[in-house]
Design a protein around this ligand. Structure first.
Ligand code: 4GX
Length: 259
């Protein structure tokens, strides 16, 4: 997969490509990342990339000409690429989108700075707009790194085991179960006994229960957007029985509003 990043700060990506699993991915697979400096595509003497907003107001806007030239140069290098603008206005990135993107032959990630880019750019040069979440960054670079990081580790051959990504949070729509390593007791806290038994069936069952509990407590929204398996229903029913034993049966709903 070809990854082209358009940015005013290409040096930010040097450390990113050259450490950890990203580095291994670049060395051992067909992932070819590069960061291009948008400033290099400005044609004026001072390579200006920003200008004051029409209509007035604070901050600056990225000029369309250098960015358009940079995008066209990137698209010439990677004709099959999708061209993705990092912006809080975009579709919110998640593991489903990461999986879709991991199957693409090439991506061009456009990183804006200042108040954003001249809106006429998105008309035909941008194919997608992507946000990494509902908060405001100072530029698209950190967002692009988050996307590249999440996508790269899903590309076959990048992670150690062929199926390492299959056990991730979200791969089954649940949060991951807790992990432990030595020592067996750390600052008074013991590793759950079942994990020391070597009984794989019980361990898998414990992990599923722990995943389900974590998801129910921390991210109930994830449970609502996906179907439960028979085994999960079984676990939830047992919790329901336990809770009813503890609290007594649920009270009749108050009268008045019928649903
Ligand atoms: N997820 N930002 C982009 C400038 C900008 C604004 C509009 C293009 C259009 C962000 C996020 C994010 C801040 C990056 C504003 N560029 N990007 N930047 N959240 O907050 O992706």
């Amino acid at each position: 997969m070809q990854i082209l990043v358009l940015t005013l700060f290409p040096e930010m990506f040097d450390a990113f490509w050259s450490h950890g699993i990203m580095r291994k991915a670049v060395e051992q697979t067909h992932i070819t990342p590069a960061a291009l400096n948008i400033r290099d595509f400005a044609r004026d003497r001072h390579h200006v990339t920003d200008d004051r907003p029409y209509g007035g107001g604070n901050g600056m806007v990225m000029k369309p000409e250098p960015l358009a030239a940079a995008i066209r140069a990137a698209q010439a290098r990677a004709p099959a690429a999708r061209t993705i603008l990092m912006t809080p206005q975009g579709r919110v990135f998640n593991q489903v989108i990461a999986r879709e993107m991991a199957a693409l032959p090439a991506i061009i990630l456009v990183c804006g700075r200042y108040e954003g880019v001249d809106d006429r750019l998105s008309r035909d040069l941008i194919t997608d707009e992507l946000s990494i979440g509902d908060y405001v960054l100072t530029g698209g670079e950190v967002a692009a790194m988050a996307v590249v990081d999440a996508v790269t580790r899903l590309i076959p051959g990048v992670l150690g085991g062929a199926d390492s990504a299959e056990h991730d949070s979200f791969s089954n729509g649940l949060l991951e179960h807790p992990h432990y390593t030595r020592p067996p007791v750390f600052e008074g806290a013991a590793v759950p006994d079942v994990l020391l038994t070597g009984h794989h069936h019980n361990i898998e069952r414990w992990r599923l229960e722990a995943s389900l509990m974590r998801t129910l407590v921390n991210r109930p929204d994830l449970l609502l957007e996906r179907a439960l398996t028979a085994e999960e229903i079984d676990i939830l029913r047992r919790w329901q029985t336990d809770l009813n034993r503890l609290l007594g049966p649920p009270p009749e709903p108050a009268g008045g509003r019928k649903r």
